[in-house]
Ligand binder design. Sequence first.
Ligand SMILES: N[C@@H](CCC(=O)N[C@@H](CS)C(=O)NCC(=O)O)C(=O)O
Length: 220
Amino acid sequence: MHLSLASLAKPILYGYFRSSCSWRVRIAFALKGIEYDQVPVNLIQDGGQQHTKQFESVNPMKQVPAVKIDGITLCQSLAVIQYIDETRPGPRLLPADPKTRAQVRMISDLIASGIQPVQNLSVLQKKGSEKEQWAQHFINQGFQALEPILKQTAGKYCVGDEISMADTCLVPQVYNAERFKVDLEQFPTIKRLNQTLLEMEAFKVSHPSRQPDTPPELLA
Ligand SMILES: N[C@@H](CCC(=O)N[C@@H](CS)C(=O)NCC(=O)O)C(=O)O
């Protein structure tokens, strides 16, 4: 088998400890047992390091995560997770069965396209003093849709009893919901899944409270 030097190098994750999209990728790396290096990009310091020319050359969208892997640079967390899944051994994050795979994508997209973008930092910065109320409103609205969907698809995890990409999206979004004081009691399925997943090692090691750039006062 021919292995290029690029594929032997450890992947590099450009991320931020509290970024939910970076956390999705950290969970996927941990689930697959992939070692990687981290380059922290502080989204708030000095007006946000994502806006530097240096980082713009890594990700022109000026967002984290971005990943250098196998000689290419990828942004968009779900594209990264799917690439890892297609090229690395370990638990399948997208199931083989087309129906369950579509459900995994549906839940992932609901969170990644339907909820997270409206409560992203750059959006909240435009909302000024309204930001907490805004984020809470849209996360709440998204969870109102997600709860009945998960009620139908979930077993032990978001879709049946196999861990998947949907689970990598759910937990970081619940973390954001808690930051913005969304009442999780309204969403018993989301709450149960989140609790179960947070018990898993891959979710613990990738948690925002345990990253190289986690501020000392937030370390756990
Ligand atoms: N769809 C992108 C979204 C990436 C994204 O929104 N990243 C946020 C952190 S979770 C960010 O870098 N925000 C910087 C900003 O808004 O300036 C993905 O899934 O990777």
